[in-house]
Ligand binder design. Structure first.
Ligand SMILES: NC(=O)c1ccc[n+]([C@@H]2O[C@H](COP(=O)([O-])OP(=O)(O)OC[C@H]3O[C@@H](n4cnc5c(N)ncnc54)[C@H](OP(=O)(O)O)[C@@H]3O)[C@@H](O)[C@H]2O)c1
Length: 340
């Protein structure tokens, strides 16, 4: 019988609690604080929103002691170690620098920016201030991805030569995706399949994107084929207008590894042989930390990295983050999407 390796987990008890502030009191900030308050030992001290009254309402809902209508005022507090930046990518550089220049470690929502130069400036500023800066590519920190990395490292499928994924979600009703500066689906959503390929294959040397634009010239759907130095290939279908189950698999000469849908959240992982009917073993996340509750893994990882004095996340380095922004922009440019 085939057995799968156990996941290495970022456990709450393995790091001292940080004192957090939050910039931006929107949807993702709510998901993140909900799970972190329940499933970690982190302390949320203050929240700031530029929308008047929103931080106060957020603070009340989540019992956060302090709220501000200005990011600068929050950043000036001396009792904050880290700031979770949950705003939109359009003003990330300005907003991230407020936190970094105040000497705070930063966990910055993905996509870190929509501009390579801006992302480089953020990481350079963080390095010079000696603070940890991590783009919130939370999938890297999930247990099923850890199991897949272990299987690949152990040679369970041989050298990975193909990565195939979908990320199709009916998101036409999400205004930020179709507003200039709000993220564009190819960066906001596309960063996930791009990062998945990167995790197992590195960065592509050949990229071919085909797509469908929205009436306002922002990308709605993208079909991408990428090739790598090793000769490996990757393709993904990304749609922000139509939904299909969000699946992914990687394969090598000895078999494949497939992920449960939606693969970018903590779901399941199956090791398959090469036969038509040959799943060998499956690990399913039964911890209760599935869906967006799994955001807590990156929070626990971040706290450990701060304690270790790291300036970047070994599981998602600055270089990897920058390379993925570059790939997303390349694909978007190939299909003629409007970024500005
Ligand atoms: N990890 C994930 O699974 C996941 C899921 C969803 C989103 N995200 C990422 O998280 C980020 C925020 O997404 P969200 O869904 O939370 O967005 P949201 O609720 O629409 O907005 C988040 C915050 O961004 C600022 N904002 C929104 N619209 C703005 C505008 N028109 N002009 C200026 N500021 C504006 C506001 O900050 P103030 O409160 O300061 O006014 C708002 O609270 C995005 O980059 C997104 O890609 C990640």
């Amino acid at each position: 019988m085939t057995t799968l390796p156990k996941p290495h987990l970022f456990r709450p008890e393995d790091s001292k609690p940080l004192r957090w502030g939050i910039f931006g009191a929107g949807w993702i900030a709510e998901q993140m604080i909900k799970t972190a308050q329940k499933n970690s030992q982190q302390n949320f001290v203050a929240v700031a929103s530029r929308t008047p009254g929103r931080a106060e309402a957020f603070a009340k809902t989540f019992s956060v002691a302090h709220s501000y209508d200005s990011y600068e005022e929050l950043a000036a507090r001396s009792d904050i170690d880290a700031i979770y930046i949950a705003t939109l990518p359009s003003d990330r550089l300005e907003v991230a620098l407020i936190a970094i220049n105040a000497g705070k470690h930063v966990l910055i929502e993905k996509p870190i920016t929509m501009d390579l130069g801006e992302a480089e400036q953020i990481y350079a500023a963080a390095k010079s201030k000696k603070v940890l800066a991590v783009e919130a590519m939370w999938t890297r920190f999930l247990p099923h991805m850890d199991i897949a990395r272990q299987l690949v490292a152990d040679g369970a499928i041989g050298e990975v030569e193909l990565v195939v994924s979908t990320f199709c979600q009916a998101n036409l009703g999400v205004p930020r995706l179709f507003t200039l500066g709000g993220g564009n689906p190819i960066i906001d959503m596309g960063i996930y399949p791009i990062a998945l390929s990167q995790q197992f294959l590195g960065d592509p040397n050949e990229i071919h994107g085909f797509g469908k634009l929205h009436p306002n010239q922002i990308d709605e759907e993208t079909h991408t084929f990428m090739r790598f130095d090793s000769g490996a290939r990757s393709n993904f279908v990304l749609s922000a207008r139509t939904a299909i189950p969000i699946t992914a698999a990687i394969s090598g000469p000895k078999g494949s590894i497939s992920f449960g849908a939606p693969w970018f959240t903590s779901s399941s992982v199956t090791l398959n042989g090469n036969g038509l009917y040959e799943p060998l073993a499956t690990w399913k996340d039964e911890s209760g930390l599935t869906e967006h509750i799994g955001l807590v893994h990156q929070v626990n990882a971040f706290a450990q990295y701060v304690e270790q004095g790291l300036l970047e996340a070994p599981l998602y380095t600055h270089q990897q983050s920058l390379a993925n922004i570059k790939t997303a922009i390349t694909i978007g440019s190939q299909i003629g999407t409007r970024f500005k």
